[in-house]
Design a protein. Structure first.
Length: 129
């Protein structure tokens, strides 16, 4: 860079041939919005936030469980929190295809019991009749 003295103690900076002067700096960018993971319900095929759906996981032993934390290892599938989606998934083949396994009678009974508690939790806050 070339410096020239102007008025006693001030310096003027000229751009170098490579273009690294002060005039080439870009203004600061606004922060990017936080990414919200999207998942698809295997029964109704609607997308929603990861926290808004319930994850079911097939473990290495082949058992199917509800994964409330969303962090268990294994093959996962997501369902809405509605009774219709749970009954369609448990009675149809969509959940079995998504998990790539046949659901045992014991696992199906446990999932139906969980679905019943899930439906009761949803109905309590909205019903004030």
């Amino acid at each position: 860079m070339n410096y020239e003295l102007e008025n006693a103690n001030q310096f003027i900076i000229h751009n170098s041939p490579k273009g690294r002067g002060m005039a080439n700096k870009a203004p600061a960018k606004a922060p990017r919005p936080k990414h919200v993971p999207q998942r698809t319900c295997v029964a109704c095929r609607t997308t929603g936030t990861k926290r808004g759906l319930v994850r079911l996981v097939k473990t290495t032993e082949g058992a199917v469980h509800v994964d409330e934390t969303g962090k268990k290892s294994g093959r996962g599938a997501y369902l809405c929190k509605t009774a219709e989606c749970w009954s369609n998934a448990l009675n149809g083949k969509a959940l079995q295809y998504a998990l790539k396994t046949a659901i045992s009678v014991e696992d199906k009974a446990a999932l139906q019991a969980y679905a019943a508690t899930l439906n009761n939790e949803e109905q309590e806050p909205g019903e004030n009749a």
